[in-house]
Design a binder for this molecule. Structure first.
Ligand SMILES: C[S@@+](CC[C@H](N)C(=O)[O-])C[C@H]1O[C@@H](n2cnc3c(N)ncnc32)[C@H](O)[C@@H]1O
Length: 661
């Protein structure tokens, strides 16, 4: 495994690089040889005992966590394939015995039961699954992703239906069913009724209506009981099943309040699960609009739940409306009053860009690393940027040091959080090895599956693989997110907010996605700089910016032209052609090397020598360094009008230095 050689660099030896490349290329070769071949049956007893042993080993290894300090898991980013977009009921069953090697079984569904303990590794988990008779077993692997409720997917159910199963090989060449898109795996917990069973379908008459109502009531009661036991996913499943039955005409016609009651309850559970879209919709669906005291209390509760959901989705105006309605029904309610005060602050931030930064900073800690703040983006707009796709442009003049924008992160995974995971990825498409914060991809996918209203704006971001584009796809079984597209979007748009809460290991670096800032293109002679307060990104002008001008920040600040171009190409996929790069490209490599060495000396000098009360000799040394650096630029016409970037620091030092009296 690659190792961490210092706190924030990751070192891969040539040997390690080759090992990763060879392992993955061997797998690809084997896969191409086996495509369409019949599956080799496993001996159930042996396969289950092998998985049990592996689970035990993984558990013992996980005493210190699934990722050992200083080591990184590695895995391949395979050839992207789209998730299944067909509802379960429209797929035809297939059996384990009929699986073909290295094949996506389009149009099919496979029902299996867990047959062994789950082997939980850092970037995947796997288990043996079997058919109903137990005479066929196969390996099932879930890459990277947790269930919608944040648990290990394979641990959270005992039976599964796999949509359009992909049967392939692991990196080690073992046959496996592989899940890359969480929406391709339907979990069937024994204690959760399947959402596809409508227990009263097709029956009618008074007795049947009462029976249906009773089923809905029982689901509600079971949900309430599960809530008392804090089993939130189970609570959600019972309420969902109850709602399905209670919404049937025969029940909703005679007892419309049952749908409202269950919706109101599910709204609360959805808030606990961070499923904010559904929380808001449920709360609204539960409103009675009646005037009696009891109904007013219930509607007040519903408005409060809708308000919390809207607030956490950043829909402050909608949230304001909900809490104002709540206050009409529950005058003086403390929580609603506090929320309305916070909303007034958020709306002010959003409209004016005025933030109480001192208060925001004082509320941050390792335990509470995220700010409660709105985004301020109205100084900017997204437009086409020639040769760079889209870019962010100023809509008004911004002075040097002025704030261009504030943005609250869409999603950040902090290094000290359990979701943080950096892996060495080998992309079979360009054969490049990268260090990728794959934990962030998983967190983004999770957030989108929980809040499908956010899918479109994330899918609008730039990523090499287009997948199904930005159209939001959903089936009867829930929303669908193409994880390969999210991986590519994350690779080209994520940034690190730095280790604000103590040192972090290189294999657990903090990373996040800021959707609006993701439209900012790179330039080595940027006009903006970003900084972070928790997960709030602040972008400030480093030069005066005129209305209509494009905003640029620097994705890579390396002074070394070759290192910078290499990093920009590997991580961001482009060759920088800014004025500085165009000039440096024309330099003799020996001049670039000399400038590089001098800049290193100058930077060390600036870091070492205080400019205040500097001795005359020290100032002379700085002048010599500045002159030598200037000499590497002067007389070269390509630098006309281009800042002498590497000489800037020493010149700044000289401008401030005052000789000792
Ligand atoms: C964070 S996104 C910036 C927004 C992007 N241009 C878009 O259309 O959505 C990063 C991607 O923009 C492009 N890009 C950014 N700066 C560039 C530059 N100076 N020259 C060429 N392409 C650039 C690259 O494709 C890069 O991977």
């Amino acid at each position: 495994m690659p190792s961490r050689k210092s706190e924030n660099t990751i070192f891969l030896t040539q040997e390690e690089t080759e090992r990763i490349q060879n392992t993955i290329q061997d797998r690809l070769k084997k896969c191409s040889e086996l495509v369409g071949h019949a599956r080799e049956p496993r001996i159930p007893k042996d396969a289950i005992s092998q998985a049990t042993g592996a689970a035990l080993m993984a558990d013992m290894g996980s005493v210190s966590g699934p990722t050992q300090e200083g080591t990184l898991p590695s895995f391949a980013v395979g050839q992207p394939y789209p998730p299944c977009t067909v509802s379960l009921q429209d797929l035809q069953p297939i059996s384990l015995a009929d699986l073909k090697m290295d094949t996506h079984h389009r149009g099919r569904r496979l029902a299996v039961k867990r047959a062994s303990p789950v082997v939980t590794l850092a970037s995947r988990s796997w288990t043996m699954v079997q058919n109903d008779d137990g005479d066929e077993v196969e390996r099932l692997e879930v890459c990277l992703h947790k269930s919608r409720f944040g648990e290990d997917v394979l641990e959270s159910a005992s039976a599964f239906v796999i949509k359009e199963p992909y049967f392939t090989l692991t990196d080690q060449g073992e046959a496996t069913l592989r899940i890359d898109h969480p929406s391709d795996l339907i979990l069937c917990r024994d204690d959760i009724p399947s959402s596809n069973t409508a227990p009263t379908n097709g029956v009618n008459g008074h007795a049947e209506n009462t029976a249906a109502e009773n089923i809905a009531r029982t689901c509600k009661d079971k949900g309430n009981a599960a809530l008392k036991k804090h089993d939130i996913p189970l609570t959600h499943a019972h309420y969902t099943q109850g709602l399905k039955v209670a919404s049937e005409e025969r029940v909703s016609d005679t007892n419309p309040d049952l749908v409202r009651d269950i919706s109101r309850n599910r709204a609360l559970v959805n808030l606990l699960l961070n499923q904010l879209d559904e929380a808001e919709a449920d709360a609204k669906a539960s409103l009675t609009g009646r005037d009696d005291q009891r109904s007013k209390e219930l509607d007040g509760k519903a408005y409060s739940r809708a308000g919390s959901a809207a607030y956490n989705l950043g829909k402050y105006q909608a949230a304001q409306g909900f809490f104002e309605e709540q206050l009409k029904l529950m005058p003086g309610d403390k929580e609603a009053t506090i929320y309305l005060r916070k909303i007034a602050l958020r709306l002010r931030e959003q409209e004016t860009g005025v933030y109480d930064l001192k208060k925001i900073k004082s509320g941050l800690s390792r335990a509470r690393p995220r700010v409660d703040a709105a985004s301020f983006i109205s100084n900017t707009e997204v437009k086409d940027s020639p040769d760079r796709g889209r870019g962010l442009f100023a809509t008004r003049d911004i002075p040097i040091g002025g704030t261009i924008m504030y943005e609250k992160a869409f999603c950040v995974v902090w290094g000290h959080e359990s979701e943080a995971l950096t892996a060495v990825t080998y992309d079979v498409r360009d054969e490049k090895i990268r260090i990728s914060p794959v934990g962030l991809s998983a967190a983004i996918v999770q957030k989108l599956l929980n809040n499908p209203s956010q899918i479109e704006r994330v899918m609008d971001l730039y990523g090499d693989y287009q997948g199904t584009g930005k159209d939001v796809v959903r089936t009867e079984d829930g929303p669908i997110v193409d994880t390969f597209r999210i991986h590519d979007i994350m690779s080209r748009n994520a940034f690190g907010p730095g280790s604000q809460y103590g040192e972090e290991a290189a294999n657990k670096a903090s990373t996040g996605l800021w959707i609006w800032a993701a439209y900012i293109n790179h330039s080595c002679i940027a006009n903006a700089k970003k900084e972070y307060i928790g997960d709030l990104m602040v972008v400030r002008a480093t030069r005066p910016i005129a209305a209509g001008e494009e905003i640029f920040h620097s994705y890579d600040e390396s002074g070394d032209y070759d290192a910078r171009q290499k990093a920009l190409m590997t991580t961001w996929g482009f060759e920088c052609k800014c004025a500085l790069c165009a000039a440096e490209k024309l330099d003799d490599p020996a001049v670039r090397k000399k400038r590089q060495e001098l800049a290193r000396d100058a930077d060390a000098f600036v870091a070492r020598e205080p400019w205040a009360d500097a001795k005359r000799l020290t100032i002379m040394k700085a002048q010599r360094l500045a002159r030598a650096l200037d000499d590497t630029y002067e007389g070269r016409p390509q630098y006309q009008g281009v800042p002498h970037v590497m000489a800037e620091k020493i010149h700044e030092w000289l401008a401030k230095a005052s000789p000792r009296k």
